[in-house]
Design a protein around this ligand. Structure first.
Ligand SMILES: [Zn+2]
Length: 111
């Protein structure tokens, strides 16, 4: 998928101090301001950790098995999402967002 076609990741940016946060939340974790703007940032980052979910809550049972992950985005914020493949990858692998399902970012290894 060409970089220009890749979806971004939805995060929150504090209007007062500029802190980026994965959200959802009502107050900035740094300055406690309530003015948090939704913002889309580039979905490229580094895979920090992941695990495969085989017993899911009822609303996610149709997805089983699926992999959830934690990604440090190059934009400077840590987000959770899902991996496209349950094969995962080594921690430290470069990944990018390839799709979004609602607010959930789906990541895959960069190729
Ligand atoms: Zn703030």
């Amino acid at each position: 998928m060409p970089a220009a076609e890749r979806p971004g990741v939805q995060i929150l940016r504090c209007q007062r101090c500029g802190t980026l946060d994965a959200g959802p939340r009502l107050l900035c974790p740094k300055c406690h301001a309530s003015a948090l703007d939704p913002q889309e940032v580039d979905g490229a980052g580094t895979l920090l950790s992941w695990t495969v979910i085989r017993r899911a809550p009822a609303r996610l049972k149709s997805l089983v098995p699926y992999a959830v992950c934690v990604v440090d985005l190059d934009a400077g914020v840590r987000v959770t999402g899902r991996l496209r493949s349950i094969e995962g990858g080594a921690c430290g692998t470069r990944v990018h967002c390839v799709a979004r399902e609602g607010a959930v970012a789906i990541f895959s290894a960069e190729v």
